[in-house]
Design a protein around this ligand. Structure first.
Ligand SMILES: Nc1ncnc2c1ncn2[C@@H]1O[C@H](COP(=O)(O)OP(=O)(O)O)[C@@H](O)[C@H]1O
Ligand SMILES: [Mg+2]
Length: 335
């Protein structure tokens, strides 16, 4: 649905060209939740803003539904922006308008509905984001989570096909973050809306994204299904984020901590393999003890996963073969 081809973007900084996007190419499918993760200054917002041309790339193509949007004229661009909703970190609400008034605003700008139709649409949106009770309140009377619900309702007002979220939960506490993420997921599955979200938080990507791209210094350094990228990071930038995240962090240091306990394997279980008594079966079959040294279990969106560091005294190839036959991915960890 969205296809980015060789995007470059530079900003003039102190009289020099600073490269914010460096040859970015990506494909995002209709109906998926696609995450773009990277550190502060990596180029995330610049990249997101090229999708609705709030930022115009120096070169490269942005194809949305096979149309090169960089070639649109002013009228075409207005049409495009109505098809794309955007949600911001700091909500960007109009303080002198009520909740209902904020949600109504993009409907007024679009000028396609009668006042009665607009009121009906606002009611629908209030219901969708769970704010029917707060419709007459002003932004200053709302919690952060409620403000973001208004931001989401406003972004959805004109039935966009694509929703862009720029750090939509970064100003919220962890619990509120989870409730906003649940809302985004619900909207994605109920409306079939494609969502592209950028974030510096791995927990956000783990919770709702189908696929993720990692951006570092303006380049996409790796991308793929979230479980693949986060459980088997190939680029140093991703490895560093994974390590800081804590979910798999300790695992990479296990070798140093447990160097004297047999040979070390890192085992990754996903989906069905997480439900099977694989370790006890293999231990019994080969008649050797398998020591679990470190590990983490959790979920990536709906996929259960486990990742363990185990110590093995015995024939490593036989152990590997028995585990791999049961769908467990094995990697040797250097001691
Ligand atoms: N309008 C601008 N003028 C000059 N430099 C900018 C401008 N916008 C962003 N940058 C620079 O481009 C880089 C990427 O910025 P941004 O896309 O906002 O990163 P992120 O959203 O990942 O934090 C940063 O180094 C930032 O300072
Ligand atoms: Mg940003």
């Amino acid at each position: 649905m969205i296809s980015l081809h060789h995007l470059y973007k530079t900003y003039p900084v102190n009289g020099q060209a600073y490269t914010a996007l460096n040859d970015v190419s990506l494909d995002i499918a209709q109906g998926e939740i696609f995450g773009i993760i990277g550190r502060s200054g990596a180029g995330k917002s610049t990249l997101l803003r090229t999708l609705n041309l709030l930022e115009r790339p120096d070169s490269g193509q942005v194809l949305i539904a096979d149309q090169d949007v960089t070639a649109l004229d002013a009228a075409g661009l207005r049409g495009l922006r109505q098809q794309i909703g955007m949600v911001f970190q700091h909500f960007n609400l109009l303080s002198h308008r009520t909740v209902a008034g904020n949600i109504r605003f993009p409907l007024e700008l679009a000028g396609q509905l009668s006042p009665v139709e607009m009121d009906a649409r606002v009611d629908e949106l209030l219901e969708l984001v769970g704010l029917s009770q707060q419709q007459a309140q002003y932004p200053s009377q709302l919690s952060g989570g409620q403000k973001q619900r208004v931001g989401i309702a406003r972004a959805l007002a004109n039935h966009p096909k694509l929703l862009l979220c720029d750090e939509a939960t970064s100003a919220l506490d962890p619990q509120t973050t989870q409730s906003i993420l649940a809302l985004l997921r619900d909207i994605n599955s109920r409306l079939g809306l494609t969502i592209v979200l950028i974030t510096h938080e791995m927990a956000v990507v783990r919770a709702i994204c189908d696929r993720v791209a990692v951006i570092d210094h303006g380049r996409i350094v790796e991308h793929g299904p979230v479980a693949e990228v986060f459980l088997h990071p190939s680029h140093e930038a991703t490895r560093n984020m994974v390590a800081e995240d804590g979910h798999a962090a300790a695992l990479d240091h296990a070798g140093r901590l447990y160097a004297n306990i047999g040979q070390l394997l890192r085992l990754t279980f996903v989906d069905d393999a997480t439900y099977e008594p694989v370790l006890s079966e293999v231990g019994r079959e080969l008649d050797l003890p398998i020591r679990i040294l470190q590990g983490s279990v959790g979920r990536i969106k709906d996929r259960p996963y486990g990742q363990l560091i185990v110590g093995i005294d015995g024939e490593l190839p036989a152990v590997r073969a028995a585990l791999e036959a049961r769908g467990v991915r094995c990697e040797e960890v250097a001691a």
